[in-house]
Every structure is written in C-alpha cells, then in structure tokens.
Design a protein around this ligand. Sequence first.
Ligand SMILES: [Zn+2]
Length: 154
Amino acid sequence: MQIKYCAACGKSFPLRAQKPSQTYCSQPDCQRVRRKKWQQEKLKSDSDYAENQARAQQAWSKRNAEYWKNYRTAHPDYVEQNRKMQHARNARATLEKGGPIAKMDVSEERSQLTAGLYQLKQIDAAGIAKMDVWTVELRVVTRSQTRKSSIAKR
Ligand SMILES: [Zn+2]
C-alpha cells in the first residue's frame, strides 16, 4: 500500500487506489483545512461563486442582525484584536496604493527592538498622547557592525 503525507498535519496516511489525488488525511481538522483552501481558491477564480457567497452572507447578516452585535459585546478581546488588525490592513492597503512612502529614521542607538508590528502614539511636548494610534511595522533593514535599524512607517 502506498503512503502519502497529509498537506495539513504532515502525518502519513494510506493512499487509496480509488483516490490517488488525495492530499489530505481523513482527520476532521484536515478536511476542514482542505475545504477552506478549496473555498479560498474558488472565491479567487470564480466571480459568480464569490458574488453568490457575498449575497448569501449579506442575507444571513440581515436575518441575524443581532448576531455580531451580541458577539462583540460578549467578546471584547475579539473587538480589540479586530480593531488592531483592521488598522494594520488599512495601513497595508494605503501603502499598496502608493500612499505614504516609508520614512527611514535611522536610530543611532543600539536598539533592542525586533521586527514586528508596533503601535505608535504621538506624544506632544507636554507629554500628552494624542488619540491617534498608528500601527507600524518595524523591519530591520541592515544589520551592519553599527547595528543601525530603521523604522518603516506604514
Ligand atoms: Zn492530516
């Protein structure tokens, strides 16, 4: 019997002769991954399918208008996380549209900062933070002997 490795969990599974193209094992989680991948591909490649899905989602939202409101009330962590992610998505979209060009501020100090997403809040001379919070991605551009790092504002 031939053995194949699952594209989701990486575990081996016996390949059935009737289904030689099988790439996921039969575990429910792996089958969920397979269906999700299939749907993502379908949404990208089939505009009719994507439209139908969008319409169905809208109709569901209309029928269940209270659902998300209740969900958000019950899950404040989700709301906060979603808000942060939306900031990051907006910032990325702005950048992709040719928005603000990355500003390079070279810090002379040796920084312990690592690459990642940070929140940036402007503080005025009196030390009062303004309400706007930026989500910025920090990328280490060079790791020369002086270990200068740059902040790419998104
Ligand atoms: Zn699997």
